[in-house]
Design a binder for this molecule. Structure first.
Ligand SMILES: [Zn+2]
Length: 98
């Protein structure tokens, strides 16, 4: 059978334990620009596209677009949803063991 390992604490999950899947997608915010704005800025975009085409020859992935997938145990899942970007890492906090 398939065994899953937590990507944060690297613990092997037991059969009875819940597994949580984190999926993240990162892409340039400029993709959300309204089409009319793109028309007005066409010359600049043409230059940008030429630059990007040069980059694409080196990278297989589209520039700036990344997808991530992680398996988490329940404990790491609870920590993750509380602080997805890890902004509290430098601030020590206690995890109650009950
Ligand atoms: Zn974990």
């Amino acid at each position: 059978m398939i065994r899953f390992c937590c990507d944060l604490c690297h613990r092997t999950l037991q059969q009875h334990e819940n597994r949580y899947v984190v999926r993240m997608e990162v892409f340039p915010g400029s993709e959300e620009i309204h089409p009319e704005e793109l028309e007005a800025d066409r010359d600049h975009l043409a230059e940008l596209n030429q630059l990007l085409e040069g980059l694409e020859q080196e990278e297989a992935e589209p520039p700036g677009c990344h997808q991530f997938r992680y398996d988490l145990c329940e404990q790491c899942y609870r920590r993750f949803v509380r602080d997805p970007l890890g902004r509290e890492v430098s601030v020590p906090f206690k995890i109650s063991q009950n």
